[in-house]
Design a protein around this ligand. Structure first.
Ligand SMILES: *Cc1c(COP(=O)(O)O)cnc(C)c1O
Length: 222
């Protein structure tokens, strides 16, 4: 991607976020744009960094560990978010690498993260991923298990920043976003990680604090 191209795409996404925020009478500054750089190499990522983007998302620990230490050494102030499923045996590495983890979805992972945070003295922000459409193949905790998981996380000493979801494909996303927002409100959680390239404006009108946008910033993944 050429530098001008990267800047145009970021400006376009930021403008769409601002427009959606205005519709909902929200401050656009309350929405963090997480640029999801999974599958894209350093050459593709650098133009976005040059255009001022500092918050990035990856969905695999291994891939992030291979790409980001070098990019971070070039530019201070990069914030890295994990937006994909996390195995408990990678919790240690994830806590070392990421500033936020959007995929806490079970008590055993909460335990592994709590141990890793204690050992490392690092505390990435945590979002609980909810399987909002109750889909068999999808990650995330069942809606019915959410209260117990949140209690468990709190009992383990973990602060939960908010909730995250990926709504069912090919369905109107707004009802799922509204449901996630209600669940967050019910549990006193301020953070809402929802919205991807196809639906982030809708997510912002319904309260998203973090939108996770890949394709609209980087182009199609191969
Ligand atoms: C890949 C991915 C995104 C970004 O998706 P786009 O449609 O490319 O914007 C967002 N969230 C998660 C969890 C992802 O895996």
């Amino acid at each position: 991607m050429l530098p001008d191209d990267a800047r145009m795409r970021i400006d376009a996404v930021r403008e769409s976020i601002a427009r959606a925020a205005r519709i909902a009478r929200r401050d656009p500054a309350g929405v963090t744009l997480v640029a999801v750089s999974k599958t894209h190499d350093a050459e593709a990522i650098r133009p976005l960094i040059a255009a001022g983007q500092r918050v990035f998302g990856e969905n695999r620990v291994q891939e992030a560990a291979a790409k980001w230490p070098a990019l971070r050494a070039e530019t201070p102030g990069i914030e890295l978010h994990l937006v994909g499923q996390l195995q408990s045996n990678k919790a240690e590495e994830a806590v070392a690498l990421f500033d936020a983890i959007h995929s806490l979805d079970r008590p055993s992972l909460a335990d592994a993260l709590a141990r890793a945070m204690e050992r490392q003295g690092r505390r990435p922000a945590l979002f609980v991923q909810v399987n909002i459409g109750e889909e068999e193949q999808k990650g995330g905790c069942a809606i019915g298990d959410l209260p117990a998981l949140l209690s468990h996380a709190r009992a383990t000493g973990l602060a939960v920043a908010g909730l995250m979801c990926v709504p069912p494909l090919d369905l109107e996303p707004a009802p799922w976003f509204a449901l996630l927002a209600k669940l967050a409100r019910d549990h006193g959680l301020a953070g809402l990680s929802m919205g991807m390239s196809g639906d982030y404006e809708t997510a912002v009108t319904l309260g998203a604090t973090h939108v996770r946008v890949g394709t609209a910033l980087f182009g199609q993944r191969s």
